[in-house]
Design a protein around this ligand. Sequence first.
Ligand code: SF4
Length: 228
Amino acid sequence: MVKKKTLEKKKKKKCEDVKPPFTEKELIERLKKHFPEAKTELKFKNVFELLVAVLLSAQTTDKKVNEVTPKLFEKYPTPEALANAPIEDLYEILKPINFYRKKAERLKEISRILVERYNGKVPDTLEELVKLPGIGRKTASVILVNGFGKPAIVVDTHVKRVSKRLGLTCHDDPEKIEQDLAKFFSKENWAYISNALVLFGRYICTAKNPKCKECYLLDICPYDKKNL
Ligand code: SF4
C-alpha cells in the first residue's frame, strides 16, 4: 500500500515536470506554415451533415465516410427525412462503414430527437450536444469547432498521441489532456489547434513510424523515441 502511494506520488511529480520546450506562438506558427487552414477532412454542407459524418467516422476512415455520405445526404437531407428513413435502406447505404447497423440505428434515433426536441436543428453547445445518444465530448467538440466555428478542444487518438510526444500533457485521460491543452493554448487558437493536431498526427507524427526525419517540429520535440 505504502509502495503504491509512493509510486503514485512519483508519477505525479514526474507528470508535473512535463513541460513543452516551446511557446504556443512558436508551435502555432510552424503548424500554420503546413496547415494554414486546418479543418476536418469530412465532407459536409451543413451542421446536420457534419454531425452525421462525425458519428459515422468512429472506427472508420474519413475517406470511407466521404464515399457513402453523398448518397445518404441526397436521399435523406434533413433530420426529419433521416428519422423516417427505412432502416433496411440505411443499412444498405452505410454497409461499407464499420458497425453500420448500430450507426444507422443511432442516426435515426438522434434525428428523431433533433426533430422532437430541437426543432430539427443541431444544438450549438457542448452541454446540449453530449445529451444526444452516442455523442461524447470529442464528437461534440468536432461539431462545435467545424460546424459552428466555436472554440473547443478535440481530443481524439491523434491529438492524444501528439500532445504526449510534444510534452503538452502527461495524461492519458482525454478530459485531463483537454484541460492541459486549454491551459497552454489561448482560446482563440483552440479551434485551429484541434484540427491542426489531428492532421499533424494523421500525416506526420503517426502512431507507428512517425516521420521524424521530415518533421518540422524535430528540433523542438522532446519525444525521446524519435524515428530517425
Ligand atoms: S519529431 Fe517525431 S515524434 Fe516529434 S513531433 Fe515530429 S514526428 Fe512526432
